[in-house]
Design a protein around this ligand. Structure first.
Ligand SMILES: [Fe+2]
Ligand SMILES: [Fe+2]
Length: 355
């Protein structure tokens, strides 16, 4: 076990209105190799304790002004001195003082007149305890810091992985990557409008960009065909949902878990008329419902070899009022209401991030 001599000197505050007691204690504690500070009353003691770190406080009970119990209570209630051990000095056989002292948060007691050996032993014990607590506290701080760093590192590498995937997804289907970028922004806009929590809003901004990653598994002849697809080709095209879901599902990252939901269900429709499973209503994960609406807006506004581009008003009306391309029953009504509020910002996104 470590002795007091090996440890750095501790700082002991002696609070007593009697000069003789202060001197005796100071001598004993200095002889143990520690530093001493003295206060003659409670106010002075609290001022010293607030100004510098202490390792131990020895408190007289009966003092003019604030008594020792009150000082102990205040030390215990102050964040800075909460863990500093306190020894209360009371009169012989004064049982009530001991009980009050304990209630006020004292760790140990000394009886007047103070015996040198007893003082020495009590001081030594409590300082050892304090040192142990300090070391434990320091270790905890180091551990917490390590965990924080590790979490930040994981977060960074997660994001890097996702950006790589997003580039891969864009490369396959969206030459400039503008469509997936817009998707991330639309989805974030809707999520914020729905007052979803910060985490959800941040994750969907990435995850929605991976909605079509499964197209990596769809043959070029189908993906790049300028004319309308045949029935069989269309079936193959639809497999991009399941392929994407599978690609992303085997992962513990929260980004990718949401991205897997989106990949699987971004062509499902609220009324059950979507694919691949014909899911209805809230059976479709919320992130996928959001992505579906965003994808519809962006698709309507984009030019394709087989269809002209719509302007903002036409695309919004197609979604909200319905036409040959889209019906309001395809979308979650809550999302339609949110879309109505933020659709001008959808237009800004589309017009700012061009193909
Ligand atoms: Fe898709
Ligand atoms: Fe898309």
């Amino acid at each position: 076990m470590r002795t007091a001599e090996e440890a750095p000197p501790a700082r002991v505050l002696i609070v007593d209105d009697q000069p003789l007691t202060r001197e005796l204690m100071t001598l004993v504690i200095r002889a143990q190799g520690h530093k001493t500070l003295v206060a003659t009353n409670g106010e002075e003691a609290l001022a010293i304790a607030a100004a510098r770190p202490l390792d131990l406080v020895i408190l007289d009970v009966v003092m003019p002004g604030m008594d020792g119990f009150e000082v102990a209570r205040r030390l215990r209630n102050d964040e800075r001195t909460r863990n500093v051990p306190i020894i209360i000095v009371s009169m012989l056989e004064d049982k009530e003082s001991r009980i009050n002292g304990l209630a006020a948060g004292a760790d140990d007691f000394l009886i007047r007149p103070v015996d040198r050996v007893e003082l020495k032993v009590r001081v030594q014990n409590l300082l050892r305890l304090k040192r142990f607590q300090d070391e434990l506290g320091a270790q905890n701080t180091i551990l917490e810091r390590k965990v924080e760093l590790r979490t930040a590192e994981l977060e960074r590498s997660n994001r890097e992985t996702i950006h790589t995937l997003i580039r891969a997804a864009a490369h396959r289907d969206d030459e400039t990557g503008a469509h997936v970028k817009r998707m991330g922004l639309y989805a974030t806009l809707l999520a914020h409008r729905l007052r979803l929590d910060e985490h959800f809003c941040a994750v969907i901004g990435f995850a929605s960009q991976l909605h079509d990653i499964g197209k990596i598994g769809v043959p070029d002849r189908i993906l790049e065909k300028p004319e309308a697809l045949s029935g069989d080709e269309w079936k193959i095209m639809q497999t991009h949902t399941g392929i994407g879901g599978q690609m992303l599902a085997l992962n513990s990252s929260p980004y990718l878990a949401m991205a897997a939901d989106i990949a699987r269900a971004h062509h499902e429709r609220w009324d059950g008329s979507g694919y691949p499973r014909g899911l209805k209503g809230e059976k479709i994960p919320l992130a996928a419902r959001i992505t579906q609406l965003c994808d519809m807006y962006d698709t309507l506004r984009s030019w394709r070899p087989y269809k002209p581009a719509m302007d903002h008003a036409a695309a919004a009306s197609s979604i909200l009022a319905g036409d040959t391309k889209s019906l309001p029953s395809h979308f979650d009504p809550t999302l339609l209401a949110a879309f109505k509020v933020v659709m001008a910002e959808f237009r800004d996104v589309f017009e700012t991030i061009r193909d």
